[in-house]
Write a protein that binds this ligand. Structure first.
Ligand SMILES: Nc1ncnc2c1ncn2[C@@H]1O[C@H](COP(=O)(O)OP(=O)(O)OP(=O)(O)O)[C@@H](O)[C@H]1O
Length: 304
């Protein structure tokens, strides 16, 4: 099957600056992908390459089987884009802005009401953008990106300026799109909120791709220890710390809870031993490394 996006050995230079260096990846239909990296890592450049707003200096970009920079209107209609800093003409109303973008995409304006409703702006449809809050503008930006049921949605720092409630609503909409088979690329710095909502993570650093995989794959590659938390029965702390052994340092959280870091082998050995302690262990949580920790790990590996 042809991938939805095929980026092959792409380099993008601006004079002496290499914004993207020899990056390759493909995206499949229905994937939600986090594009993660520090400021200036190359995330926006990659998004602009997929949109066809800029051309690669070297390598090739194909979206829906076509070169997006060749400018076919059909291919563009299938793309939705929410830029990092979204700005609209403040004299227009929300409905007028969406009508404008619908016409640009040669889409009918009939679906605008439903879109405004979906992003919680139905009541503000006839108000001028100048009176909108930052969160409302961001939601209007999302509605604009959703015009025409895009097959590829590129969202650059989409939750900036949204309060926690709106962020959740935003991710609900992203979930619906995925169920419809759309591919969603989210670039963000807020790693904790991406963790549970994306199945694949692409980490870029100084223009290079440094990691690409599911969270589980990245965890396997990184070989970072998991955190194990054990709740110990009254009076059994000594027995349990002896059972854990001296190979890993134990942190006492309070009188009946301990925490330790464990590699995959240590974790399995610990579970085996824990099973034979009867009811001395009341509870046990195994917390895998977070996306934050994985990100820091891959960047450390890259450091000169
Ligand atoms: N039009 C341009 N002219 C010159 N340099 C550029 C241009 N666009 C981007 N760059 C440079 O390319 C590099 C990558 O920029 P890019 O905007 O892709 O990063 P980013 O990961 O999106 O960063 P941020 O998180 O800050 O938005 C940076 O060093 C940036 O200064």
């Amino acid at each position: 099957m042809t991938p939805l996006v095929d980026i092959s050995h792409v380099t993008k230079r601006y004079g002496a600056i290499e914004a993207v260096r020899d990056i390759s990846f493909t995206l499949e239909p229905g994937q939600t992908v986090a594009l993660v990296g520090h400021n200036g890592a190359g995330k926006t450049t990659l998004i602009k390459l997929m949109l066809g707003l800029i051309r690669p200096t070297e390598g090739s970009v194909h979206v829906l089987g076509e070169n997006p920079a060749a400018g076919g209107i059909e291919a563009r209609r299938r793309l939705g884009y929410l830029p990092e800093s979204v700005t609209f003409n403040t004299a227009l109303t929300g409905r007028e802005v969406l009508a404008f973008y619908a016409r640009l995409k040669s889409e009918s304006v009939d679906g605008i009401r439903a879109l405004l409703d979906r992003v919680g702006l139905a009541k503000a449809a006839e108000r001028r953008i100048g009176t909108y809050s930052k969160g409302m503008r961001q939601r209007l930006g999302l509605a604009q990106a959703l015009i025409g049921r895009p097959r590829l949605l590129l969202l650059d720092e989409p939750t900036t300026g949204l309060d926690p409630g709106l962020r959740m609503e935003f991710y609900d909409i992203v979930g619906e799109l995925r169920e419809r088979g759309a591919t969603v690329v989210l670039s963000s710095h807020v790693l904790t909120e991406l963790e549970e909502r994306t199945e694949r993570v692409i980490i870029v650093n100084r223009g290079r791709l440094v990691a690409d995989g599911t969270l589980d794959e990245l965890r396997r590659i990184a070989e970072l220890p998991a955190t194990v938390r054990i709740s110990v029965a009254q009076g059994a702390m000594d027995k349990i710390t002896n059972m854990i052994g001296a190979s890993t340092s134990i942190r006492l959280l309070n009188g009946h809870r301990v925490e330790l870091d464990a590699t995959r082998e240590q974790k399995i050995e610990l579970l085996r031993r824990a099973a034979s302690t009867g009811d001395l262990i009341e509870d046990m949580d195994i917390i895998p490394p977070s996306l934050d920790e994985l990100y820091a790990h891959f960047l450390r590996k890259e450091a000169p």
